[in-house]
Design a protein around this ligand. Structure first.
Ligand code: GLU
Length: 545
C-alpha cells in the first residue's frame, strides 16, 4: 500500500488537481494588480467591520486594475440563515461596491473562477485533499469525538497544550495498511493535515498592515475535511485563494494567529502563498475603555443601522476611508468634488491598532457629503428612505416641486448648508416650511427681544411698510436695517457694539424677531431664501397671525 493507493481508497472519484489547475489559470492582469476578496459567512448580519474590509479590498483592487470578488464561506452550515447571501450581495450593492466577480444572488455568480460559494466546491476540496494524501501530507483520522474529549481532558490535567499533535496525534502513526483496513471496515473518519512544524521553532511573516510578525510554527494536525465531507475554513482558504488566484488576503486580524498554519498549508501543498493584510477591528470608546464594536451591544455595528437612520451610503464609505487612511481627510479637503475611488488608497498606511469609531465624526462627514448633493438628489434619496421608514416625511415630500424649492435653500452655492446628517433629521429640519406643520407650533421662543408688545410692533411695521416680495436680497437686507433704525435699534451690529448703552438692540435682534415669527426657530438657513420659497401669501399670513 502506498500513499496513492490510500488516496484512491479515500476519494475514489475525485479528479486529479491538474484539472482544476488548468480550469482556473493564472490571471492575465497588469503587473502589480491586486486580486482580493471579501469572504463572509452568510449569517444574516453584515458587520460594519465587514463593510470596512470590503471597502479596503475594493479600493486596493481598483487602484491597481485588479479584481475584487465576493466569496461566500458557508462550510459551517449550522450558522447559516435563509437569504444570508442575498443580504450580503444587497449590502454591497447599496454601498455601490458590487464585486467584479462572485455571488450575485443565493445561487448565481459571475466570473470564471467559480463557484464562489464553498458548499458548491465540495468536489474541488476533495480533489485537493486527495492530492495532499498522495503527497503524504494528509491522512484519515479515525478518532471519535469521545477520543478527542478524552485526549483534551488528559492534556488539561497534565497541564499541557491541548490539541492533536506529536504523540497525541494517534492516527498519524497508523500504517497505511491499518488505515486501509479501517476504511474497508467502514469506520468513520475525517481527514487531517500532517504538520511537519515544531512548536519550539519560530516563523516570521511579513504582514502588509501589521509589519513583521513572529509566531511559533504550527505543529497541529488540523482537520482539513470534516465528517460531512466539507472542508474546514483553513483548508478551504488555501484551496480557494490558490485557485481564485488571490494575491492579497485582506481580512480581519482575528485570523492573524492562523497565519503560521496558512503559510504552512500553502508551502506543503506546493503553492505560492498570497500576501496577508490583517485589518485591525473598529473599536469603540466605552466609558474610557477601548473595545471592539460588538454585534450584541452596539446597534452601530450593523450595516443595516445606517440604512435605518438614513445616513447616505457615500457618507458611511467616506467616513470609513477617514479611518482607513489618515491622509484621506486632507485629500478630501483639496478634492471636494472628486469621486472617492480616485483617492490614492494605500494598504501600507493603515493603522496597526484598531481605529476608534466616532459617531459624531461620522455625522459630521455625512453633513458635508449631503451638503454637496443637489436638491434633486436629496429629494430622490430621502424619498426612497421615507417610503421605507417615515410616512410623515413622505407626506411632506408629496409635492415634489415645492419640496425641491425647500431642499434647494442654501444649496449649490459656495457655502452650502451643512445641517442634515441623515434622512431621519429631515422632517424636523424642514417641517416649518409646511403650513400644517407650522401651525402646530405652539411655543415661539424669541431671542433678546421677548416683550410681546414690542414684538407685535416690529412685525406689524415690517409687514405694513417694508416687506415686498419683489425685493432682491440686498434691498431686503437694507430694509431690515431701515426697520431697525426706525424702531430705534442700531442698524449695524458694529455700531451697537461700540455703544451698547445707546441702543435697546441691533438689526440682528430685529431679524431674529422676524425669523422666529416666520419659522418658529431662532436658527434657520437664509431667511431671505426661506421667505421666497414660502411665498407672499404665506409670509403675510404668518406675520399677521
Ligand atoms: N469567512 C471568514 C470570516 O468571515 C473569512 C476570513 C477571510 O477573509 O479569509 O471571518
Amino acid at each position: 500500500m502506498d500513499y496513492k493507493e490510500l488516496a484512491n481508497l479515500v476519494f475514489p472519484d475525485a479528479k486529479d488537481i491538474s484539472y482544476y489547475e488548468e480550469k482556473y489559470p493564472e490571471r492575465n492582469l497588469p503587473e502589480g494588480a491586486i486580486v482580493t476578496r471579501f469572504a463572509p459567512s452568510p449569517t444574516g448580519y453584515v458587520h460594519i467591520g465587514g463593510l470596512y474590509q470590503s471597502l479596503v479590498a475594493r479600493m486596493s483592487a481598483k487602484k491597481t486594475n485588479g479584481v475584487f470578488f465576493l466569496r461566500i464561506e458557508d462550510t459551517d452550515q449550522k450558522r447559516e440563515v435563509e437569504n444570508g447571501v442575498t443580504d450580503i450581495v444587497n449590502s454591497l450593492k447599496v454601498f455601490d461596491m458590487a464585486p467584479d466577480e462572485g455571488m450575485i444572488s443565493e445561487t448565481e455568480w459571475t466570473g470564471n473562477y467559480g463557484p464562489y460559494i464553498q458548499s458548491k466546491r465540495k468536489e474541488i476540496y476533495q480533489s485537493y485533499a486527495k492530492y495532499m494524501i498522495e503527497q503524504g501530507k494528509a491522512y484519515p483520522c479515525f478518532c471519535t469525538p469521545e477520543d478527542d474529549e478524552k485526549r483534551t481532558k488528559a492534556q488539561l490535567e497534565a497541564k499541557i497544550r491541548p490539541g492533536y499533535y506529536g504523540v497525541w496525534a494517534k492516527c498519524r502513526n497508523l500504517t497505511l495498511e491499518e488505515m486501509a483496513e479501517k476504511i474497508k471496515n467502514g469506520e468513520p473518519y475525517i481527514i487531517r493535515f500532517k504538520s511537519s512544524g515544531r512548536e519550539d521553532r519560530k516563523i516570521q511573516v511579513s504582514d502588509t498592515i501589521k509589519g513583521k510578525v513572529t509566531f511559533p510554527e504550527n505543529d497541529l494536525d488540523i482537520v482539513i475535511i470534516k465528517s460531512d465531507g466539507l472542508p474546514t475554513y483553513h483548508f478551504a482558504h488555501m484551496v480557494d485563494d490558490h485557485l481564485m488566484r488571490t494575491t492579497h488576503v485582506i481580512r480581519s486580524d482575528e485570523w492573524l494567529s492562523s497565519v503560521p498554519l496558512h503559510v504552512q498549508l500553502f508551502k506543503e501543498a506546493g503553492f505560492k502563498a498570497p500576501k496577508y493584510c490583517h485589518i485591525s477591528p473598529i473599536m469603540k470608546n466605552d466609558n474610557g475603555n477601548k473595545r471592539k464594536l460588538s454585534k450584541r451591544k452596539d446597534p452601530e455595528a450593523a450595516v443595516s443601522y445606517y440604512d435605518e437612520l438614513g445616513v447616505p451610503p457615500d457618507a458611511v464609505k467616506e467616513y470609513l476611508l477617514n479611518i482607513a487612511n489618515s491622509t484621506f481627510e486632507n485629500w478630501r479637503r483639496q478634492n471636494k468634488d472628486a469621486k472617492i475611488e480616485d483617492f490614492d488608497f494605500n494598504l501600507n498606511k493603515m493603522s496597526v491598532s484598531g481605529a476608534l469609531f466616532d459617531m459624531v465624526k461620522l455625522f459630521d462627514v455625512a453633513k458635508i457629503v449631503i451638503s454637496r448633493y443637489s436638491a434633486e438628489k436629496v429629494f430622490n434619496d430621502s424619498y426612497v428612505w421615507a417610503e421605507k421608514y417615515d410616512k410623515e416625511l413622505l407626506n411632506l415630500l408629496d409635492n415634489k416641486d415645492y419640496a425641491l424649492k425647500v431642499l434647494g435653500i442654501e444649496r449649490g452655492n459656495a457655502k452650502p448648508r451643512k445641517d442634515i446628517a441623515k434622512w431621519s433629521d429631515l422632517k424636523d429640519n424642514i417641517s416649518y416650511m409646511y403650513k400644517e406643520e407650522f401651525d402646530k407650533i405652539s411655543e415661539f421662543t424669541y431671542g433678546n427681544i421677548s416683550d410681546k408688545e414690542e414684538i407685535s410692533k416690529i412685525v406689524k411695521l415690517y409687514v405694513e411698510k417694508y416687506y415686498d416680495k419683489n425685493d432682491d436680497k440686498q434691498t431686503w437686507f437694507d430694509k431690515m436695517k431701515d426697520l431697525a433704525e426706525e424702531l430705534g435699534y442700531a442698524r449695524e451690529v458694529k455700531m451697537f457694539k461700540q455703544e451698547p448703552e445707546k441702543w435697546p438692540g441691533h438689526v440682528g435682534d430685529i431679524s431674529t424677531v422676524i425669523r422666529v415669527t416666520l419659522t418658529g426657530r431662532q436658527n434657520t438657513p437664509d431667511l431671505y431664501e426661506i421667505m421666497n420659497v414660502l411665498g407672499e401669501d404665506e409670509v403675510k399670513r404668518r406675520l399677521l397671525k
